[in-house]
Design a protein around this ligand. Structure first.
Ligand code: NAG
Ligand code: NAG
Ligand code: NAG
Ligand code: NAG
Ligand code: NAG
Ligand code: NAG
Ligand code: NAG
Ligand code: NAG
Ligand code: NAG
Ligand code: NAG
Ligand code: NAG
Ligand code: NAG
Length: 772
């Protein structure tokens, strides 16, 4: 078997040699080089002739390549900084890729920094034990890297970019050199060594703090680390109140080893929590961690300012005035019990008050009200305020003006003639809660006001022993908003127009409307806007399409904002409603006219049909009047005129009931001597005749009234030969016949000639009846 071995090697070698000659490729494969170093690669062109190189698909200049032989070309890349480079060898003739390789770069760890510190920062004593180093390292590959830090003969391994030596307390005595080595499966690189002065990397333990609060300041003391004996050190002190409004206070202090480590913080608020933090460092060394302490400051009696003020109400019915007293409360964080009392005068009992307000009643006299505050039953503070008597003549400020801008109100006024010690400005938005502030100047700016609230602001001048009268500015809004809310929108639509009216409910501090803009549109149509003046909250929209749905909304525009109403829809009518109304009215009138005409015709027809037929049972025998009488009666007709006949009718109505029984008598010309021939005869006779015939006196009268001309014509002139008529015509009320002519019927009958007697009385009589 061993005899075959050389043969196998020979065959293998020959195969390999043959392949090697034929194979086109690039060597070496997958290199790693340090960033910035040079790389050399070679291409075997295996008889493809001339070749060219590409680096990350970009052609490399000819000058970098070097032809070794007809089939071997080398490329030298200097100062390679690409994280990763792909190199390919191409045949110039065929443009085939003959082979390729990648070159990846790596860098050295750099920017090493080290800290010499305690394992337990707080309890650290003596020399620190630990050394922690960290560095930066650019890694272009996802390969796992092992780091090793070398320092003072010790090493420390890590797979992240920091490492801690746990026991270095006695190793660090002088300057130390630190090197970081990075190692992967493919490459290994070491950083440049870095030299450190141990005292420049020494992080001392945070100082131990002691804070004490006295009545008006805070004392902060901290210990000195033994390490600080070596060099100068520095400390930073921070003081921050727990409330957000007080700014932070910072102090940097450079300290010599012998300096005392203490700071006094003055100007602290009473009864407030403060956070004190201190950190220290050796010169050039890193800061220690912070030491922190929280403390509550004490009540500073000298700083207690009650700023006592009062509002005096108008006197009530019994002359009692309510005085509302207010003062700055002593913070509730202050320890101990506080009692507040108000003294009105020696002969008044004291009033025990709440923590910041008090109400007392006074009469019309002037008062000086004293507020006393006891702290744990010891007098803490006393302040007094003057309440003027009713009608007391006192100076006051004039020309007071308030203006607001962005929620801030500026108030100015003119000083009174008398010299003042200051001004008290108070303001309220609800009459219950007051804010007040003192000013030396004749102006003040009020901040922190509630949004959109009307404020009443009063300025009162202060004198050494008194106060003047307050002057109130016109109520002012902290901020003026939009114009309010739309309450309802009324729309009256016609066919081509619509009237839109609206109501705006203005609220507290709402802006004054400058004008309104009405937006409307048909469904899918463009939005149209019309602006109207603020004086008239309505508009007529014209040029609308009939029978279309529109939507409309209104915007009230003020200089301070805009209010938009909700959108409302309406439909236009098919026809103009007024046209329809007119049409209806005309139609009704026409119908009425037609109806009344028809009725008239019907009545006339009925009348014509029901022509009166005399009742023979009521007839009596009488003389047939001679033809000349008839003639005479007829001849009276010309005297009959419409006015007369009206008169007659009324007369007849009047007499119809009383005269009817007389008919029988009256019908007999003999029995009734008064039946003289008068021009009235025929006409007077009409009524009784009608009464008898119809037995409906009223109706007959009406009928006569309706057509007077006709009745006279029918009954008296056209039918003179009707015996019943004439029979009745004889009837005449006796009273009316007193001045009648002396012509008796028989005489008349005998007369062949027509004699007409006319007296003025006849007409007068008629007239009288009419008046009646
Ligand atoms: C290498 O290239 C970098 C940037 O490309 C340059 O800053 C550096 O000076 C170069 N180094 C050498 C040795 O040419
Ligand atoms: C060390 O590095 C890790 C990972 O970056 C980080 O989480 C850790 O806080 C570092 N430790 C120190 C002491 O810097
Ligand atoms: C890195 O260190 C671990 C153990 O600390 C070892 O198992 C691993 O092989 C190392 N890797 C390299 C690339 O040196
Ligand atoms: C105090 O020193 C720190 C760090 O040096 C610095 O950031 C800060 O501004 C300094 N403060 C003052 C008030 O000087
Ligand atoms: C610090 O303390 C020393 C002695 O204890 C004292 O004399 C000095 O006034 C204090 N300094 C401050 C700023 O409080
Ligand atoms: C007054 O202050 C005390 C604590 O300082 C508090 O307990 C009490 O409720 C306050 N009284 C009023 C009326 O605010
Ligand atoms: C009020 O206090 C003043 C001094 O501030 C004092 O003169 C006056 O007597 C006091 N009045 C009363 C009623 O205590
Ligand atoms: C207080 O009362 C006493 C006796 O009643 C009286 O003499 C005195 O004038 C009064 N004082 C005041 C200030 O009213
Ligand atoms: C503000 O002053 C006006 C006018 O004097 C008064 O009518 C109104 O009630 C006052 N409002 C408040 C909240 O005091
Ligand atoms: C308020 O008055 C003071 C003193 O007269 C003046 O300096 C200041 O400018 C005034 N402020 C305003 C806002 O007018
Ligand atoms: C009102 O319509 C006109 C054009 O018709 C347009 O220029 C204007 O911007 C509109 N106004 C508002 C407030 O939309
Ligand atoms: C509406 O008010 C604005 C603001 O004052 C003004 O500029 C505009 O001309 C007014 N428009 C009409 C139509 O009055």
């Amino acid at each position: 078997m061993y005899s075959f071995l050389p043969l196998i090697i020979l065959i293998a070698t020959s195969i390999c040699k043959g392949q090697h000659e034929k194979k086109c490729d690039v060597f070496p494969k997958d290199q790693f080089i340090e960033v910035g170093s040079n790389a050399s690669i070679e291409c075997q062109s295996c008889g493809h002739g001339k070749i060219f190189w590409t680096l990350n698909n970009e052609r490399v200049d000819e000058s970098f390549s070097n032809t070794i032989s007809s089939s071997r070309t080398s490329l030298t890349l200097r100062n390679l900084t690409h994280p990763s480079a792909t190199l390919q060898c191409h045949s110039v003739d065929t443009d085939l890729v003959l082979g390729g390789t990648t070159i990846k770069t790596y860098s050295k760890p750099s920017k090493i920094s080290c800290t010499w510190h305690y394992e337990n920062q707080i309890k650290g004593v003596g020399v620190p034990e630990m050394l922690t180093c960290s560095w930066e390292h650019q890694m272009n590959s996802p390969m796992k890297i092992n780091y090793t830090v070398l320092c003072a003969g010790e090493n420390c391994s890590s797979d992240v970019k920091n490492c801690t030596f746990p026991e270095m307390a006695d190793k660090i005595v002088e300057n130390i050199s630190v090197t970081v080595r990075a190692k992967t499966a493919a490459w290994e690189v070491s950083s440049d060594p870095q030299i450190f002065n141990p005292y420049h990397i020494l992080k001392i333990a945070p100082p131990k703090l002691k804070v004490t609060a006295t009545s008006n300041h805070l004392s902060v003391t901290w210990n000195r680390s033994p390490l600080e004996n070596i060099s100068k050190s520095r400390c930073e002190v921070k003081c921050k109140a727990a409330n957000e409004r007080t700014p932070e206070w910072v102090l940097n202090k450079t300290l010599n080893p012998e300096d005392s480590r203490n700071v006094t913080i003055t100007k602290v608020e009473s009864c407030a929590y403060y956070n004190i933090s201190v950190r220290c460092a050796l010169d050039q060394a890193p800061w220690s961690d912070w030491s922190q302490e929280m403390i509550l400051t004490k009540l500073n009696k000298s700083n207690v300012k009650l700023h006592l003020w009062r509002k005096v109400a108008e006197p009530g019915k019994n002359g009692v005035r309510k005085v509302y007293l207010m003062w700055t409360e002593i913070p509730s964080t202050c320890q101990g019990t506080f009692t507040y009392t108000i003294k009105l005068g020696v002969n008044h009992t004291d009033t025990l008050c709440g923590n910041s307000t008090c109400d007392v009643d006074v009469n019309q006299d002037a008062y000086r009200l004293n507020l006393t505050v006891f702290h744990n039953e010891a007098l803490l503070e006393e302040e007094s305020v003057y309440v003027p008597a009713i009608g007391e003549s006192l100076p006051q400020v004039t020309d007071m003006k308030a203006s607001s801008l962005d929620g801030v109100v500026l108030v100015r006024w003119k000083a009174p003639l008398e010299p003042v010690s200051g001004y008290m400005i108070d303001w309220t938005h609800n009459g219950n809660q007051y804010y007040w502030k003192q000013s030396k100047y004749t102006n003040i700016t009020l901040f922190d006001l509630l949004h959109k609230k009307p404020y009443n602001i009063t300025v009162t001048p202060l004198f050494d022993d008194k106060t003047g009268h307050g002057t109130q500015a016109l109520q002012i809004c902290s901020r003026v908003g939009d114009p309010g809310k739309f309450t309802n929108i009324d729309i009256h639509a016609k066919d081509k127009s619509a009237t839109v009216s609206w109501k705006l409910d203005s609220q507290e501090c709402s802006g004054v409307v400058v004008n309104y803009t009405v937006f409307y549109r048909a469904m899918e149509g463009p939005l149209i806007n019309v602006t109207v003046d603020h004086t008239e909250p309505k508009i007529s929209l014209t040029d609308l399409n009939p029978e279309t749905e529109y939507s409309v909304y209104v915007e009230a525009i003020a200089l301070t904002g805009t209010t938009k109403s909700s959108e409302t829809s309406f439909n236009t009518k098919k026809f103009d409603p007024t046209f329809i109304t007119a049409l209806g009215v005309c139609g009704s009138i026409i119908i009425l006219v037609v109806l009344s005409l028809g009725l008239c015709c019907a009545i006339q027809w009925k009348k014509f049909k029901e022509k009166p037929v005399p009742n023979p049972s009521l007839s009596s025998v009488a003389l047939w009047p001679p033809p000349n009488h008839q003639k005479g009666t007829s001849s009276f007709q010309p005297f009959s005129n419409p006015s007369e006949s009206y008169c007659e009718r009324i007369f007849m109505e009047d007499t119809e009931r009383t005269s009817t029984p007389q008919l029988a008598i009256g019908c007999n010309p003999h029995l009734n001597p008064a039946s003289d021939q008068r021009e009235e005869h025929a006409q007077q006779a009409i009524t009784p005749a009608a009464d008898i015939q119809d037995e409906r006196p009223v109706e007959s009268v009406e009928t006569l009234c309706d057509s007077p001309g006709e009745s006279t014509a029918l009954l008296c002139s056209d039918k003179p030969l009707n015996p019943y008529r004439c029979q009745i015509s004889v009837e005449t009320p006796p009273s009316r016949n007193t001045k009648q002519s002396k012509h008796l019927l028989p005489e008349k009958q005998q007369e062949k000639t027509v004699t007409v007697y006319v007296t003025l009385d006849m007409f007068e009589q008629g007239q009288c009846r009419l008046e009646k």
